[in-house]
Design a protein around this ligand. Structure first.
Ligand code: HEC
Ligand code: HEC
Ligand code: HEC
Length: 442
């Protein structure tokens, strides 16, 4: 940067007798730089990600099968893979695109995947869709940003991608232009994504596992792409697969909690509660909030009991660890604790109960709530400050809006309240400070 500035300054000084020579030198430097970059690219071309195999014969057999069954299967699979979560328009139009997805590199928008030939994927064949899903490569040969979770979908079965293709073909074509990603240099250079693909691993299925275990991994890691929010990422935004399900920072202070068997048992999950949470969005451990709610809305609520059980077993293991009984922790600052309790009684107990037991159809319990038990207080503070919009759950269950308290409570009051909740019901030390609140506010 300094060099460029110096160069511009020198250029601005017109009439400099050395300017001509300097110009020549800097042009040569640029030419040299371009040549070097060109050589590097040429030398690594053979290493560029190989596309997955596509079997045209098998595709023909799948796509010419019973159409009703094929489309129904495609619909189920697109729910299992949660395509709608990112491709539904903000106004609710199915698959027409436009949803902004925040990444540390900038905003990327879900695209139009209705069969509109101009703005959607009307010109895609089943093979193009397969490569987009499993390789992150578009019909026109350019690379997709990994906000499209192809790193998780990489081992999606071709017959499943073909069924999703048949289903998407039945959708009404919607003419809606795609929104260009808002990324700065160098992230706006799509071609660099071929290198991203080279250095970042993709999710793979276990090679020596029983059919049931493979199915669980397929539903959870591949279709459900659950690691995208529950596994930490490297600085390039790739998944750290060696730390699978150890929790992920989703930005703005929000955490995709750790879902390892130990972490789940430590926060009080039983197999049955986890199945309820995934299929109904509710359990004694709480309701689905933040980025998890859309997962229920577009995906897990539609899954069969068998598939939900398969996901639960994949996460917890065949023999789930005994769930931990969480006890109140020792209080060191009794004055702050009493203040936190006063706030709880004044503002929260009306809905969540004096004893934190919750009220059926009104508000979830606090006593057994995992948002209070998570090691990182971000999600808890986020809910306290911003509240939760009215949410709809399966079987006609509705949870009213929970108000946000960022305007009503001072930072210290939020800190005292959160520490009260954590030491009373979270089994955690009262270690929340105003820094934690600031992290969520910014
Ligand atoms: C977590 C969010 C997310 C999910 C889930 C997701 N996508 Fe995407 N998808 C994106 C984003 C973002 C893009 C655009 C990326 C870009 O601009 O490079 C995209 C691009 C695409 C494209 C390329 C369209 C084009 O412009 O040529 C296709 C096709 C596609 N997705 C299909 C699917 C299907 C089918 C599913 C479900 C199996 C799915 N996506 C699930 C986020 C997602
Ligand atoms: C008007 C009723 C109401 C009041 C008052 C209220 N809440 Fe809530 N709260 C709810 C509802 C309803 C939900 C669940 C929202 C959903 O899932 O749609 C909720 C969710 C939560 C959650 C997230 C639970 C989870 O399962 O993830 C926490 C934590 C929470 N409330 C704490 C509090 C605290 C602390 C206060 C007081 C400052 C408070 N609430 C005041 C109704 C209320
Ligand atoms: C878009 C990001 C995202 C995706 C994808 C996602 N999750 Fe989550 N998940 C979250 C966030 C954020 C929370 C915390 C809020 C809550 O508990 O509702 C969460 C919470 C959870 C919890 C509760 C943990 C606890 O102790 O409170 C479970 C279990 C869970 N997710 C399972 C899954 C499974 C299984 C999948 C794949 C089918 C999945 N998640 C996909 C973001 C995501």
């Amino acid at each position: 940067m300094h060099r460029i500035r110096a160069l511009l300054q020198r250029r601005a000084r017109g009439g400099d007798e050395h300017a001509g020579a300097f110009e020549m030198k800097s042009i040569l430097k640029w030419v040299l730089a371009v040549v070097v970059v060109g050589v590097i690219i040429a030398a690594t071309v053979p290493l560029w990600p190989v596309q997955s195999d596509y079997d045209e014969q098998a595709a023909k057999a799948t796509l010419e099968g019973n159409q009703t069954e094929l489309v129904a299967r495609g619909k189920y699979l697109s729910a299992a893979a949660d395509c709608a979560a990112c491709h539904q328009s903000p106004d609710g139009t199915p698959y027409a695109g436009g949803l902004p997805i925040d990444t540390p590199f900038g905003v990327i928008y879900g695209t139009n995947i209705t069969p509109d030939p101009e703005t959607g994927i009307g010109t895609y064949g089943s093979k193009d869709l397969f490569h987009a899903i499993v390789d992150g490569k578009r019909g026109d040969g350019t690379w997709l940003y990994p906000a499209m979770p192809f790193a998780s979908y990489h081992e999606m079965r071709q017959e499943d991608s073909d069924a999703i293709f048949a289903f998407l073909q039945t959708q009404a074509p919607v003419a809606r232009e795609n929104l260009a990603p808002e990324l700065g240099f160098p992230f706006n250079q799509r071609w660099l994504l071929s290198y991203w693909n080279l250095v970042n691993p993709k999710v793979s299925l276990p090679r020596s596992a029983s059919a049931e275990q493979t199915e669980g991994a397929y539903l959870t890691d591949v279709l459900g792409h659950c690691q995208e929010c529950h596994t930490p990422r490297n600085i390039l935004g790739g998944l750290k697969l060696s730390q699978a399900y150890e929790g992920s920072d989703l930005g703005g202070g929000i955490q995709g909690p750790s879902l390892t068997p130990t972490a789940l048992a430590g926060r009080g999950w039983t197999a049955e509660d986890l199945r309820d949470f995934l299929s109904r969005g509710m359990s004694p451990q709480g309701t689905m909030t933040l980025e998890m709610y859309p997962v229920l809305q577009h995906s897990t609520q539609y899954l069969s009991d068998a598939d939900i059980a398969s996901i639960q077993t994949h996460l917890m293991g065949d023999e789930p660890l005994p769930s931990k009984d969480v006890q109140p922790t020792q209080v060191t600052d009794t004055v702050a604790h009493a203040k936190g309790r006063d706030t709880y009684v004044a503002l929260c107990a009306g809905c969540h109960g004096m004893d934190g037991g919750g009220k059926p159809h009104i508000a979830p319990p606090m006593v057994t709530n995992t948002s209070i038990r998570l090691p990182d207080p971000g999600n808890l503070l986020k809910v306290l400050l911003d509240g939760v919009e009215e949410q709809h759950y399966p079987n006609g269950e509705v949870m009213q809006e929970m108000p946000g308290y960022s305007d009503l409570l001072s930072t210290q009051e939020v800190v005292d309240l959160a520490n009260y909740l954590r030491s009373e019901w979270g089994g955690a030390a009262s270690s929340i400070t105003s820094d934690d609140v600031d992290k969520v506010m910014n």
